[in-house]
Design a protein around this ligand. Structure first.
Ligand SMILES: Nc1ncnc2c1ncn2[C@@H]1O[C@H](COP(=O)(O)OP(=O)(O)OP(=O)(O)O)[C@@H](O)[C@H]1O
Length: 238
């Protein structure tokens, strides 16, 4: 069990943004969603998060997530939005507690797990971009659900913070299903187990991340990259 089944479409007005995207995932996996700007990646994630109401099926362990009330759904799915600069001067611990259904214990535990315990009394407006991203992850973590969705968790981060976030995700996947949107193909290929490539709202390719080919990338992005494979590491050179 611990399996997510997704088969959804979503339209803004008459414009279909997500077209029959189907995949399955289970606890223990990282699934990366990649694709060009405007492909529908964030929209797909928001559908799974319950922020948007898609047509189709989103089922976890046989439970139809689209039918759950927000509070019930939040116990299963955590959502980490695209990071934007924080506007309000909450402390880290106030922010992690805010909007979650977590108890104090879960809040403390989540802050510890992302390594921000020393900064728990700090205002989020004083954090670096990387620390703020960790705070967003802690907030989703505090809800304790089996599924964690992240929209570009490493955008604007330096190599140090990028590694920190990716290592946290590797650790979390032992007990969760992680679904994350990435623009960085190298991160997606090397850290995710599965990749879903979206183009114009459709699934252009899906499969084991390291099996993605030059042809798939060329067909999706319109440029022929070089892919170097060595010692189990895959490097995509634009
Ligand atoms: N609120 C909205 N109303 C109407 N159209 C929208 C809305 N939000 C997004 N769209 C459109 O949906 C399409 C997909 O957007 P989405 O943000 O899901 O793409 P994306 O793949 O995440 O892009 P990016 O990589 O640039 O973040 C775009 O054409 C966008 O203009």
């Amino acid at each position: 069990m611990h399996k997510l089944k997704v088969s959804v479409s979503f339209s803004y007005g008459k414009k279909e943004i997500v077209k029959n995207v189907e995949f399955e995932g289970k606890v223990g996996e990282i699934i990366a969603i990649i694709g060009p700007n405007g492909a529908g990646k964030s929209t797909l994630l928001k559908c799974i998060a319950g922020i948007l109401k898609p047509r189709g099926i989103i089922e976890y362990n046989g439970i139809d997530l689209t039918k759950l009330k927000p509070k019930e759904r939040a116990k299963i799915v955590g959502y980490v939005p695209q990071s934007s600069y924080p506007e309000f001067a909450f402390t880290v611990e106030e922010f992690v507690e805010l909007g979650t259904y977590a108890g104090k214990g879960d809040v403390d535990e989540a802050i510890r797990r992302v390594g921000l315990w020393e900064k728990r009394k700090e205002f989020i407006t004083n954090l670096s971009g990387g620390e703020y991203q960790l705070t967003l992850i802690a907030r989703a973590l505090a809800q304790g659900g089996d599924i964690m969705l992240l929209d570009e968790p490493t955008s604007h981060l330096d190599i140090n913070h990028t590694r920190e976030i990716m290592e946290i995700l590797q650790e979390l996947k032992k007990e969760k299903l992680i679904i994350a949107v990435f623009h960085d193909l190298n991160l997606a290929i090397n850290y995710a187990d599965e990749i879903i490539v979206l183009k114009n709202g459709e699934t252009a390719w899906k499969g084991k991340s390291k099996e993605i080919s030059e042809e798939v990338i060329e067909a999706t992005y319109g440029i022929k990259p070089r892919i170097v494979r060595e010692d189990g590491i895959v490097a995509v050179l634009p």
